[in-house]
Design a protein around this ligand. Sequence first.
Ligand code: PXP
Length: 236
Amino acid sequence: MATLGVNIDHIATIRQARGGKDPDPVLAAMMAELAGAHGITAHLREDRRHIQDRDIYLLKQSVSTRLNLEMAATAEIVKIAVDVLPFMVTLVPEKREERTTEGGIPVQGKERDLEKTLESFRNNNILVSLFIDPDISQIKAASKTGATHIELHTGYYANAKGQAQFDELERLRDATMVATKLGLHVNAGHGLDYRNVAAVANIDGVEELNIGHSIVARASLVGLDTAVRDMLGLIG
Ligand code: PXP
């Protein structure tokens, strides 16, 4: 059974729309845990468009499951991560113009650089996951960096239709098989919703799904507790 990491970034997006205190992503994380979430994920972006430094520090103190800090591997954010000591960091590429993370990290050819970045996390007992496209070459490269986990980018699958979506699902299956054979733990996420999640949750070897937008969108209509429980019902 895949577990569920609830990404609470978009609770912070709503707060930032007015620049006040509400709704508080830390409170949302507590509610998601009460509803059965296995972990909480938050992305501290360089431009601080949603999650703020204060949120990450309070999440570290409050989360009783696992805190997964999504981040770009920039010196500023690495320093914060090493200070906060989350359970895991998931390294993502970040572009200021993008609405959300668009593609995986191009690991191939950058194995050495990443290995160096990963050292500071390893020295502080922080697990590292690399968000990558479901390409065999990227997976093989990821296995050479010292990362213990990868997160497969499910956005291509989520955006595809018909046969193309079936093909993308096959790509995720093959990628998971290769990664687990190389000893990597496999998480997955991006664009997963109540209609497309089950097929990914059923892939043998996928351990955790990180899901944000669809849960927060449903929560705005039916409440966070129901939205998280509905998602758990589909992946369990
Ligand atoms: N995983 C990663 C690495 C992401 O960057 C995001 C988006 O922040 C997610 C999962 C969650 O994606 P979504 O909000 O589409 O569920």
